[in-house]
Each structure stands twice: as structure tokens, then as C-alpha cells.
Write a protein that binds this ligand. Sequence first.
Ligand SMILES: Nc1ncnc2c1ncn2[C@@H]1O[C@H](COP(=O)(O)OP(=O)(O)OP(=O)(O)O)[C@@H](O)[C@H]1O
Ligand SMILES: [Mg+2]
Length: 218
Amino acid sequence: MADRQGQFITFEGVEGSGKTTQARLLVERLQADGRTVVQTREPGGTATGEYIRDILQHGRSGETLCAEAELLLFSASRAQLVTQVIRPALQRGEWVVCDRFFDSTTAYQAYGHGFDVDKVEIIHGFAVGATVPRRTFLLDIAVPESLRRMQRRNAEQKTAPDRFEREEIAFHEKVHAGYHALARRDPRRIRVIDATCPANEIADRIWEELEDVRTCTG
Ligand SMILES: Nc1ncnc2c1ncn2[C@@H]1O[C@H](COP(=O)(O)OP(=O)(O)OP(=O)(O)O)[C@@H](O)[C@H]1O
Ligand SMILES: [Mg+2]
């Protein structure tokens, strides 16, 4: 049925902005609405990607990963995820909800670490081809509040901060500003959502912002 076509939706934002929470709430709503949904995350989402995630987040090798290798590992994980999971699901007419995608690499590696944005976007094009998100939600929260949430979560779950969480505040501020620069460049795809209100209110807002995509026939 043409009006039940699947769509590719991604969630972005700094650490602790609520991406995983909102991805889960959106999947539940889509399923309640009768859609078949594939939920996935980056880096990871495939067996290869989970190995890469482990290297990226915990520095298993004991070596400092150079910034170029880091960018290419994220991109390798993404290419595998697109080929193995995302593109086949969309071809089956299913929805795909992904927790982080290529905007994370642009925000962290280009705006955060200073790589040239245009060059990084060429790598994205090579990794994903035409599989670009139909809509991206940028969950917007100030950096100090995001760090407070992360500390609370690590304390509750007794987890240690990963490599990215341990970065300086100045780095997280650059990432935050980078995300906003991306949203200004592509406002049709990237919608900035105030992520400081209660989770259910944010989910309502996201559902409204998807109205045109949900009823889309092509
Ligand atoms: N709207 C909200 N208001 C207050 N706290 C929230 C809200 N949404 C999520 N949280 C809490 O903030 C913490 C981070 O949320 P979540 O894990 O969804 O963020 P994330 O963006 O996926 O983080 P990460 O970048 O580390 O994956 C969790 O403890 C979660 O329960
Ligand atoms: Mg998360």
C-alpha cells in the first residue's frame, strides 16, 4: 500500500540529550500505529559494527586512535549498517529509527575535532550512497545539563564514562554548535527539538513533526 511506505528517521544530539529514550518512544508509537519498525544504533547495529563500537568507545588496543582512523571506523560501521540493515528494511517498506547517524560524525569529528566539513561529507556520501535520513531530530540541551544527566546515569547504572564523555566541556560546546550549524544548513531534514521538557512531551512534539512524513505516499 503506497501510503504505508517506510521512512528513515535519525536522532542526534550531545551526550545525554535523550536520543535513546526518544528513539524507543518513537518506535513504540509507530508500532502502535501499525508500522513495522527496525530500531538500530550507531556505531554498531551489526556484528562488525559492534566490534568497531568497542574499539571506538573503550580503546581496547591500548593505543591512542588517530583522528583519521576514528573517522573512518565510524564510517566503516555506518556503511555496514546501511548495507546490511537499513537499506534492506527500507526496501521492504519498513521504517528505520536510528540512534545517531552521519550528522554525529560531522558534529564530533568535523566541528569538534576540526576536520573540514566538506571533506567529511564526501566520506558520508561514499559510505551511505542515497540512504539519507528523511527526517532527523536534533535533541537540544545545553552542555552543562547534558553532562549532569550523564553523570546521573553513570551513577545509577554504575557505568564508567566512555572516551567521548571524558572530553573537555569546550569540545562538547563545539559539537553542540556544530549540530546547530548543520540544522541551519538543512532545516527541512533536521528539526531542532527542545529536549529539556519531560520525555513524553518531547515525544508528542516529534510525532507532530513527523505528520507530513507519516502521511507521505512517495
Ligand atoms: N526529557 C528528559 N528529561 C530528563 N531526563 C531525561 C529525559 N530524557 C532522558 N532523560 C534521562 O537522561 C539520561 C540520558 O538519556 P538517554 O540515554 O536517552 O540520552 P542519549 O542521548 O541516548 O545519551 P548517549 O549520548 O550517552 O547515548 C538518562 O538517564 C535518561 O533517563
Ligand atoms: Mg544513547
